[in-house]
Every structure is written in structure tokens, then in C-alpha cells.
Design a protein around this ligand. Structure first.
Ligand code: BDR
Ligand code: CA
Length: 319
């Protein structure tokens, strides 16, 4: 029997979600049981096309892809950020997908897949949490079939990116984030702090783009797109770092802190507020402030090697 960890991925593909999918699909440590799509980095329809296109381009097995929430639960979310390109995945010009999404809504797909699984499954959430929040609200009993949620979102000590205080995934759908993260489920949060620590240099991205492996060529193309967009000499692996933390938890420094999502602040809506005071100073009901595990930093060289090896291109790394 395979010892691979069974996982579900929730994505808004998205260039860096694409890198995460490349890593997850290539890793023998993971058994990807399904991929759910949600609006975020680009409109939902484009997220789905990008996800299917990517799976086709790497000749992936027929993993189910389900279409989910077309926006946030309450407010209007955020416009797609320009950084991912006009197609949301670095404008690589990949052929149109031949495979299709499954004919069931992502929330229902998640419920069925979790309910049918013999053991609880690990969920890797790389996007606004609208699908996951709907799942937990509609089928609260399904929580017992979730082994752990790895969530890319929020900030620990770093500034936000969508606003000065808030990270994009959480700011897109703060109510969804509150539903998922305040519920006491086993959560490992991968915030912007480690997200910003792992990258390929521009010349490594170029070497990836010229590689013989399809995965490496796509990853390199996406990396070069981000270098061009930012005028930078390096490009983050972003969401793929969250997948790396699932595959190789030894490479992540994790601390446990009570956390709540700010819902009402005019400048701080969507911020993740960690209570780093001493336990003595915490004068509130613990039922409100649930502890979660937060990745505060990662071993970047280790995750760079993990990513490059998974792409079949370990040789491109400068060190
Ligand atoms: C997150 O938002 C998106 O831009 C990325 O895909 C990542 O999931 C970073 O804030
Ligand atoms: Ca994402």
C-alpha cells in the first residue's frame, strides 16, 4: 500500500498556485485526491481553465477538478491582481485544456470525497477560503474527516500585500477565513512571512524554462513572467512553499498562537491578529481565540532543492 499522504487542494490558479500544483502532482509523498477551484487570482472560469490546462500540460493522471465559489461569501472580494498576467498564469500560451471539470460543485465534491475516505484527509488551501467555509457551514459534521488544514494566508509579523494590514487570500473573503480559522480545527497557517522567503533567481528560472521536463519549463516560464512583471532578479515559489511544508515539515519553524481574523476594521479588515502576549495577560474566553500552528520561517535552501528536484531540474540551482 502507498504511504503517500492523501490530500485535497483548493486553488485559485494563479501562477504560484500552478507552481504548487506542479510540486504536489510530482511529489511521491502526496496522493492528490482532488482539486477544487475558487475565484481569487482570476475569475473563476479562468481559474478552472488554468488548472485543467496545467494538468494536461504535464500529462497528469485524471485527478478530479471541481468548480467552486464564484466570489466571496459576503462582500465583493478583490479585483484580480495584475501580477499573474492577463490569463492569471503568466501568459505562457499553453494549449486549451482537453480534460473537463467534474459535474458537481466543489463543496459537494469535498463533502463526498471526505465522507467516502477511509481516513481523515489533509487539505491544502491556497486561495480565498470561500469553498472551505461553505463546506463547514453546510456540513459541519464533515470536520471530523479533515486531518489538518494547511492554509496559505495571513501575515504573522510581515506587512500585508492586499492592504497594509491584510494578505490577499484572507482579505478576499474575511468571513470565510473567520469561519475556517476560528473553528478550532487543526490548522497550520503558512502566512506571507515564509511565502516571501523561497525563490528562484532569474537565471535559475531561465534554466528551468529551457529544461527538457514539461513541469520545469512551465515553472520557469511562470518565474520569468514574475521577474518581468516586478523588474526583479528573483521570483517567489509562493503557494508552492505551503505544499513544501506539507511534504517536508522539518523545513518549517512552527509556533502555536491564538489568532483571530479582523472583520470590521476599516484599514485592518482581513488582518490576522496573533495574541503574542503571555498567557497571563490573555483575559478573554479561550473558546473565542483558538490556537493554531503558524509557520514563522522556513529553510529556504531546503525548499528550493525540494521544488527543483520535484521539477526534475535539481541541476539548475546555483547553490
Ligand atoms: C496569495 O494570494 C495570491 O496572489 C497567491 O496565489 C497566494 O495564494 C498570496 O497573498
Ligand atoms: Ca493562491
Amino acid at each position: 500500500m502507498s504511504s503517500a499522504l492523501p490530500v485535497l487542494l483548493d486553488v485559485d490558479t494563479g501562477g504560484d498556485d500552478a507552481l504548487a500544483l506542479l510540486l504536489a502532482m510530482a511529489s511521491p509523498a502526496l496522493d492528490v485526491r482532488g482539486i477544487t477551484c475558487v475565484e481569487g487570482n482570476c475569475p473563476l472560469e479562468q481559474v478552472v481553465v488554468n488548472t485543467l490546462t496545467l494538468l494536461d500540460a504535464i500529462g497528469a493522471p485524471p485527478v478530479p477538478v471541481a468548480v467552486g465559489m464564484n466570489g466571496s461569501i459576503i462582500d465583493d472580494g478583490l479585483p484580480p491582481p495584475a501580477l499573474h498576467g492577463s490569463d492569471g498564469m503568466g501568459d505562457l500560451g499553453l494549449p486549451k485544456p482537453r480534460r473537463n471539470a467534474v459535474d458537481v460543485h466543489a463543496v459537494e465534491f469535498l463533502r463526498r470525497t471526505l465522507a467516502d475516505a477511509r481516513e481523515p484527509l489533509t487539505m491544502i488551501c491556497l486561495a480565498p477560503l470561500s469553498n472551505i467555509a461553505m463546506l463547514l457551514r453546510m456540513y459541519p459534521q464533515i470536520a471530523e474527516k479533515i486531518a489538518r488544514l494547511y492554509v496559505m494566508g495571513g501575515t504573522y509579523a510581515s506587512p500585508g500585500n492586499a492592504t497594509p494590514a491584510a494578505e490577499f487570500n484572507i482579505r478576499c473573503d474575511p468571513e470565510a477565513a473567520a469561519i475556517v480559522l476560528h473553528g478550532g480545527l487543526p490548522v497550520t497557517l503558512y502566512p506571507l512571512d515564509p511565502f516571501m522567503q523561497v525563490w528562484f533567481t532569474e537565471s535559475e528560472a531561465r534554466a528551468l524554462a529551457e529544461s527538457t521536463s514539461a513541469s520545469a519549463r512551465i515553472a520557469g516560464g511562470i518565474g520569468l513572467h514574475y521577474c518581468r512583471f516586478f523588474g526583479a532578479e528573483y521570483s517567489l515559489i509562493g503557494d508552492a512553499g505551503t505544499v513544501a511544508a506539507v511534504i517536508d515539515p522539518e523545513g518549517a519553524t512552527v509556533e502555536r498562537w491564538p489568532m483571530r481574523v479582523e472583520l470590521s476594521g476599516s484599514e485592518t479588515r482581513g488582518a490576522t491578529v496573533f495574541d503574542r502576549r503571555s498567557a497571563r495577560q490573555r483575559d478573554y474566553d479561550d473558546a473565542l481565540w483558538k490556537g493554531l500552528d503558524v509557520v514563522t520561517e522556513v529553510d529556504a535552501p531546503r525548499y528550493r532543492r525540494l521544488m527543483a528536484s520535484a521539477l526534475g531540474a535539481a541541476h539548475v540551482l546555483a547553490e
